[in-house]
Ligand binder design. Structure first.
Ligand code: CA
Length: 425
């Protein structure tokens, strides 16, 4: 195991047991203070460590890192340095921050320059996103949604043979905290003779986990499933906002289009895939056996807790409305990438791949309102105000959080949040 993942490590920076940002995590993001230029930082406890300033100080010495790639408004220049640089930077930071290391701790003026309270920073979209693909890889989610529309045959015949996905829209991926405008569009209810135009009335969230590609591959080449994880830079939380009424009318035969492209929220912190190494676990048994190009021997899953919280405009506290685990996903990240490239599709640095809605076996483990309220038939009651929700109302704020639980520490993302604004028009 990487020494940066050692469960026994502690930092000289105090980190509470329930913080998502202990020394074992060190997730990357882009931040700014006041009107200053955005730059790259790492979260540790209640602080952001300014990698741009740390590099300038000469304390971040890593082979292959000649220029200050942290003086950038995205992680892309850093990611382009390659895996050995990512790993060496993480290990160097781990060494600087661990208990007993005085190089940064004892340099008061440098310490004050590079450690900034997280409450004083603004977090930006961390990556310039190239392509965005969304999968549909939870058997529980696919079965639940399928059952609503095809009770006798919920899973499509292809579902257990390939990770179903569609090409999404990268231009409208936004960082956590960005408000989401209720989309206008075309919908048609079953009993209406013709479609109508107006604000979506069935606005939903989708709880997902995404990953960013960290390499370029050539058009016409394939990425073997056994090497696919080496192409992944890091992992994030994703909320794939979805307008169910627009989706229902538009999706056949080419899949979702305007029902998804109006906004997708991502967490500001990107956790390197190797930080999840201690939390890897087996995925569900794949039966029938998958084709050889999708057959993966190493553990496919990650034991990661995921929660969804909802706060209406009248509530003072958010209410937890769902909790599940990423380990339930039928198709793994490696299988998704192997499938994406089996036809020769090239990968680009900054490609975002989202898992699809993460749902688990029980009712509270359903990762979207469509499932939680069963198409609105079983509304969620918001106890504090007595309000009910079948789908999202204007002013509702949805917050998702995710973390892996270690012995006395957590490796997580913080959160991805967004509030619904009324439609224009
Ligand atoms: Ca989705």
């Amino acid at each position: 195991m990487s020494s940066a993942n050692d469960p026994g490590l502690r930092s000289w920076i105090p980190v509470s047991e329930d913080s998502h940002f202990p020394i074992q995590n060190l997730p990357f993001g882009v931040f700014s203070v006041g009107g200053e230029q955005p730059r790259v930082g790492v979260a540790i406890g209640e602080f952001v460590l300014d990698l741009c300033a740390l590099f300038e100080s000469g304390k971040l010495r890593v082979q292959g890192l000649e220029e200050n790639v942290f003086a950038a408004s995205s992680l892309n220049p850093f990611i382009a340095c390659g895996r050995s640089v990512w790993t060496d930077v993480r290990n160097t930071l781990s060494n600087l921050l661990r208990e007993g290391s005085g190089e940064l701790r004892d340099d008061a003026s440098l310490r004050d320059r590079v450690l900034i309270s997280r409450t004083d920073v603004r977090l930006h979209l961390p990556i310039e996103i190239a392509d965005y693909v969304d999968f549909y890889s939870s058997e529980y989610h696919a079965t639940n949604v399928g059952r609503m529309f095809r009770p006798d045959n919920p899973l499509m015949p292809n579902w257990k043979h390939l990770p179903v996905g569609y090409n999404g829209r990268s231009s409208s991926v936004v960082v956590s905290g960005t408000p989401i405008r209720r989309p206008m569009g075309q919908t048609k209810s079953d009993d209406a003779p013709a479609p109508s135009y107006g604000p979506s009335r069935l606005l939903d969230f989708e709880l997902e986990v995404g990953f960013y590609v960290g390499v370029e591959t050539a058009l016409g080449s394939q990425l073997d499933v056994s090497r696919a994880e080496s192409a992944i830079f890091g992992v994030c939380l994703v909320n794939d906002w979805s307008a169910r009424d627009i989706q229902k009318w538009e999706y056949q035969p080419l899949g979702p289009f305007l029902s998804k492209s109006f906004g997708t929220s991502v967490s500001p912190w990107v956790v390197m895939l190797e930080a999840f190494e201690p939390f890897r676990c087996d995925g569900p048994v794949q039966d029938p056996a998958v084709l050889p190009y999708l057959s993966q021997s190493e553990p496919r899953g990650v034991d990661m807790n995921l929660e969804v919280w909802l706060k209406s405009a009248s509530m003072t506290q958010p209410l937890k409305i769902a909790a599940t685990n990423f380990k339930h996903m039928y198709w793994s990240m490696a299988q998704q990438l192997a499938h994406q490239t089996v036809n020769g599709t090239n990968l680009r640095i900054g490609d975002l791949y989202a898992s699809g809605t993460v749902s688990g076996p029980t009712e509270f483990e359903r990762g979207c309102m469509l499932e939680l309220t069963w198409r609105g038939e079983q509304p969620i009651r918001l106890a504090e105000t007595g309000e009910e929700r079948k789908f999202l109302a204007d002013g509702d704020e949805v917050t998702m959080t995710g973390w892996c639980q270690g012995q006395g520490y957590r490796v997580g993302f913080g959160e991805v949040t967004g509030q619904i604004l009324p439609a224009i028009g």
